[in-house]
Write a protein that binds this ligand. Structure first.
Ligand code: ADP
Ligand code: C5P
Ligand code: MG
Length: 224
């Protein structure tokens, strides 16, 4: 991943917020980030980049030099060093933005990512990630924060664990992930909150109701 070296010294964003709209989607493990992002993609044509999904794909890529490192961090619910995650996100954004223009037949269909609108799901989970991403990649518009109590998130994750195949959807990893969320990731939400950049959504209700609130909040703030 050549972007890593390049990222270290970079102090200006590679993308302009005039061309690229980024929404950070945060919330504890199991709050429903992925579920809501999927709906937003279907309804508004956002591109959805889940940092966790990108890390899992990199972990499983046979030639990756980071496979073992990522596996260790994910199993223990710890935050992977930011250079790895930011490089993966930047590469995925670039691929989407540089993707082929639709041909004549496809032109009638909605563009998959009209206007470069990105939902960055599960990121930033640590303050250094937030600062570096906005400095070197692009500033985000705001944070969409899904608020859910731990007992409900735990119930959802244990249920998801029956079929997800995820190595971290077990009671012990879940405990560690909650701890990391409280100690390391909530300070990121507080950091954005101090800048009045957090849109908080109650994530306890049914997915349809959560989505309704999400739509209202986004439509107030973005031209969708
Ligand atoms: P996250 O990406 O925040 O970890 P997911 O979207 O994967 O969360 O949701 C975790 C689990 O909870 C999934 O099995 C999902 O189907 C379920 N789920 C998501 N939203 C809700 C909701 N509002 N009410 C009940 N279950 C939900
Ligand atoms: O968001 P998700 O639950 O899929 O993330 C799974 C794991 O991936 C996290 O518990 C963490 O170990 C790692 N991760 C990370 N940095 C991020 C997002 C996820 O280290 N920004
Ligand atoms: Mg998820």
């Amino acid at each position: 991943m050549s972007t890593i070296d390049n990222l270290k010294d970079r102090t200006t964003p590679v993308f302009s917020p005039d061309d690229v709209t980024v929404i950070f989607v945060l919330g504890g493990p199991g709050a429903g980030k992925g579920t809501q992002c999927e709906r937003l993609v279907a309804r508004y044509g956002f591109a959805h980049l889940s940092a966790g999904d990108l890390l899992r794909a990199e972990q499983n890529r046979p030639d990756s030099e980071f496979g073992d490192l990522i596996r260790h961090y994910i199993r223990n619910g710890l935050i992977v060093p930011m250079e790895v995650t930011i490089a993966l996100l930047e590469a995925a954004m670039r691929q989407i933005l540089d993707g082929p223009e639709p041909d004549a037949a496809a032109a009638a269909a909605p563009r998959p990512n009209k206007g470069g609108k990105f939902l960055i799901d599960g990121f930033p989970r640590k303050l250094d990630q937030a600062i570096k991403f906005e400095e070197a990649v692009v500033p985000a518009r705001f944070v969409l924060f899904y608020d859910c109590p731990e007992h409900e998130m735990e119930r959802r994750l244990l249920e998801r664990g029956k079929t997800s195949g995820r190595e971290d959807d077990n009671a012990e990893s879940i405990r560690k992930r909650f701890r990391t969320f409280v100690e390391t990731s909530m300070p990121v939400v507080d950091y954005f909150e101090k800048q009045n950049r957090v849109v908080k959504v109650d994530a306890v209700r049914q997915p349809d109701q959560v989505f309704e609130t999400t739509q209202k909040e986004l439509e107030k703030r973005l031209q969708l």
